[in-house]
Design a protein around this ligand. Structure first.
Ligand code: UDP
Length: 414
C-alpha cells in the first residue's frame, strides 16, 4: 500500500459557494467525531472519478477535525487486468471467473490487507479492486467500522461475478451506492445512498475567465472562433468515444466549422485504456478538426477546466455510468451538456431543463445542433444546471453525508 499526500483545504473557503445551513450542519456532525481516524483505500491516485473525489474529500475531513488518510493498493499489471474485467463485469459484460483469476484477486487483496497495521475508527474501501481486503485483514483492523463504497452502476451485473464478490461485501458494516437501484436484492449490509460530488475550488473547477480559457485551449491547436464539442473521459468503451465521433461527424455536415476534443487520462488501474486510445485514433483517421489529447500531452486539471469552460457543448455519451463527475463539471461551468440517459447521469440532468439526455449518436448530434443554433437558450438551461449542481453535487454535501454515516456507525457500536 502507498500513502497519498492530499494537501490541505479549508471548509470556510466554501462559505460563499454553498448553502448556509450546510456549513452549520457539517460542524454539528463533525463535533462528536473529533480526532477519529479514517482510512480510504482505492486502486489509483490518478485518473478517474474516485481519485478526483478523494483529493478533495480527505482534506476537508481533516479540516473538520478527523484524521483522514488515503492509501492506494500496490499490485502488478495482471491484477489490474483482473479488476478491470470485474469493473466491466459489474457493469454487465461477461467475465471469465477462472481459478487463476480468483487467486490473483485474492492474493493481492491478502497482501495489501497484511500491510494494514494501524488502528482506524473507519475504513472506507472504494470499488471492487480492494473489496476483499476486509475479509483478509489481520485482527487490528477488526476494531474499525468498514464501509464498502461502490461507485459503479451494478444494476445488471454478470451474476456469477456478483455471487463471487457478495461474501466479501457482506463482511462490511455499511455499503454506499450512488443510486439505490445499483444495490442487489439481498445485499445483506445496511445500505446508504450517496451520490458523489465535485470540488468547486479545485483547479479543475475554479472559475476561469474566457480569455484565460482561450489562451489555454489555443495552445492545443483549437481555433477559438469556431465551436468546440468536448468529451472528457477515460478511453473506455462504456464512455462511447466512437459514438461521440459519429455525433460530431453528423453535426459537421451542417456546421462544417465544428471541432471536437476528446480528452482522456490514462489511469494506472485501467490497462484497457491504451488499446482503446489506439482504436479511437484509428477511427478518427487524421481529421484535423478532431483533437485526441491526454495527460501524456500535458493535459492536467487546469487544461481540463479550460476545455470545459470554453466548449460550446460538453458531451458525456456514456452507455453505462456510475455517476459521471464530468457532467457536474460541465454544468458547474454553465456549459450546455448532452449526456447518455444512463446510470447516475439523470440525477444531474433533467432532460430539456438543465441539459439533454440522449440514447444514440443521432440524438446526441441533434441536441448539439439545437445548442449551436440557439446558444442563448442553451446557456439559460445550463445556468439552471449549475444551480442544481450547487444544491446537490458539491463536496461539502458529500462530506456531510460521510459524517452522518460515521455518526451512525458510532451509534451502532455504543
Ligand atoms: N479526467 C481528467 N482528465 C482526463 C479524463 C478525465 O481529469 O483526461 C477526470 C474528469 O475531469 C473527472 C474524472 O476524471 O473528474 C472522471 O470521473 P467520472 O465520474 O466522469 O468517470 P470515471 O472515470 O470515474 O468512470
Amino acid at each position: 500500500m502507498r500513502s497519498v499526500n492530499v494537501g490541505r483545504k479549508f471548509l470556510a473557503d466554501y462559505q460563499s459557494i454553498i448553502l448556509k445551513d450546510l456549513l452549520a450542519e457539517i460542524k454539528e456532525l463533525a463535533a462528536p467525531l473529533e480526532g477519529r481516524r479514517v482510512l480510504h483505500v482505492n486502486a489509483t491516485s490518478f485518473g478517474g472519478g474516485v481519485a478526483e473525489i478523494l483529493y478533495t474529500l480527505l482534506p476537508l475531513m481533516n479540516d473538520v477535525g478527523l484524521q483522514a488518510e488515503w492509501q492506494v493498493m500496490t499490485a502488478e499489471r495482471e491484477f489490474f487486468d483482473v479488476t478491470k474485467s470485474f469493473h466491466n463485469g459489474l457493469q454487465g459484460a461477461p467475465v471469465e471467473l477462472t481459478d487463476e483469476v480468483r487467486s490473483v484477486y485474492e492474493d493481492i487483496n491478502r497482501r495489501n490487507a497484511a500491510q494494514l497495521t494501524s488502528d482506524y475508527d473507519f475504513v472506507v474501501i472504494h470499488d471492487p479492486q480492494p473489496c476483499a481486503m476486509r475479509t483478509f485483514v489481520a485482527d487490528g483492523g477488526r476494531e474499525a467500522s468498514w464501509i464498502w463504497r461502490c461507485h459503479i452502476d451494478t444494476s445488471t451485473p454478470d451474476q456469477a461475478l456478483y455471487d463471487y464478490l457478495l461474501p466479501f461485501i457482506r463482511r462490511y458494516d455499511r455499503a454506499i451506492y450512488t443510486v439505490a437501484g445499483y444495490a442487489p436484492d439481498g445485499l445483506g449490509v445496511p445500505l446508504e445512498v450517496v451520490p458523489p460530488a465535485i470540488d468547486p475550488l479545485a483547479p479543475k473547477n475554479m472559475t476561469l475567465v474566457p480569455d484565460d480559457a482561450h489562451y489555454i485551449v489555443r495552445q492545443f491547436g483549437i481555433d477559438v472562433d469556431r465551436p468546440l464539442l468536448l468529451q472528457v473521459s477515460r478511453f473506455d468503451p462504456w464512455k462511447d468515444p466512437l459514438g461521440v465521433v459519429d455525433a460530431y461527424r453528423a453535426v459537421k455536415q451542417r456546421w462544417p466549422g465544428v471541432q471536437l476534443a476528446l480528452i482522456g487520462s490514462m489511469a494506472s488501474d485501467d490497462p484497457e485504456g491504451w488499446d482503446y486510445l489506439e482504436k479511437l485514433t484509428a477511427y478518427v483517421g487524421g481529421d484535423p478538426d478532431v483533437f485526441v489529447l491526454s495527460n501524456l500531452d500535458n493535459i492536467g486539471s487546469v487544461e481540463v477546466n479550460a476545455f470545459q469552460s470554453h466548449a460550446a457543448v460538453v458531451m458525456q455519451k456514456s452507455t453505462r455510468e456510475g455517476f459521471g463527475l464530468t457532467v457536474s463539471e460541465g454544468l458547474w461551468k454553465a456549459r450546455p451538456v448532452v449526456a447518455g440517459d444512463v446510470g447516475g447521469i439523470p440525477l444531474q440532468i433533467e432532460d430539456g431543463v438543465t441539459g439533454f439526455l440522449v440514447d444514440s449518436s443521432a440524438a446526441c448530434a441533434q441536441r448539439c445542433l439545437e445548442i449551436l443554433d440557439r446558444p442563448e437558450w442553451a446557456h439559460a438551461m445550463a445556468r439552471k444546471g449549475k444551480e442544481h449542481v450547487r444544491e446537490h453535487f458539491l463536496t461539502p454535501r458529500l462530506l456531510r453525508d460521510y459524517l452522518r454515516i460515521f455518526n451512525g456507525l458510532l451509534a451502532d457500536r455504543a
